[in-house]
Design a protein around this ligand. Structure first.
Ligand SMILES: [Zn+2]
Length: 189
């Protein structure tokens, strides 16, 4: 009985985290309204609707609006330049399913699965963004290091960093928090 209670507690501790960084897991768990859709109905993306940018291509929300839109972990990373624990979000894994990785904040498509590779770091890693204008880069001198921060070009959400130690063809390693991304399979509408 005690062990069963421990297991239940462990599951409860893990479940919200996976839900925050992998909408597919959330749908499969039955916690999403999508799971209640009648058989044969098209699957719906449990992620919030994509945000429509202003004329200059930027999305601007107040801090209160971001807090309301994002779960606490996504808010901590995207709006607070946080970092998730390595291997904690399953999006680091390489799968055969083609698709794109979108910003979990605004919905902008950022990376293609064809550019993804297993860096061994426990974070989703890519050799290049979907296009040069999708990801912004700026110097980051925090934590006593000199790094290059990556941000979503539409909502300025913090994604992670880029390092010059990636594989061919670019030699770049875009090291991205899984919580900052939402995967949409190529087969989805
Ligand atoms: Zn964004």
């Amino acid at each position: 009985m005690f062990i069963r209670r421990l297991l239940a507690a462990a599951l409860l501790a893990v479940a919200p985290f996976f839900a925050a960084c992998d909408p597919d897991t959330r749908a499969a768990s039955g916690a999403s309204p999508a799971a209640a859709a009648p058989a044969g109905a098209p699957a719906t993306d449990p992620a919030p609707a994509d945000l429509v940018p202003d004329a200059d291509g930027k999305v601007r929300l107040t801090d209160a609006e971001w807090r309301a839109r994002l779960d606490p972990e996504a808010y901590r990373i995207l709006r607070g330049s946080g970092t998730e624990r390595p291997f904690s979000c399953p999006l680091w894994k390489i799968t055969d399913e083609p698709g794109r990785y979108h910003c979990a904040g605004c919905g902008l498509a950022l990376f293609d699965s064809a550019a993804k590779f297993d860096s061994g770091t426990g974070w989703p890693s890519f050799t290049r963004p979907l296009a040069d204008d999708r990801v912004l880069e700026r110097p980051d001198h925090s934590h006593g290091m000199v790094r290059v921060e990556t941000l979503c070009a539409r909502c300025d959400g913090h994604l992670g960093h880029v390092f010059p130690d990636g594989p061919p063809p670019t030699g770049q390693r875009y090291c991205i928090n899984g919580v900052a991304l939402r995967f949409r399979p190529a087969s989805s509408p």
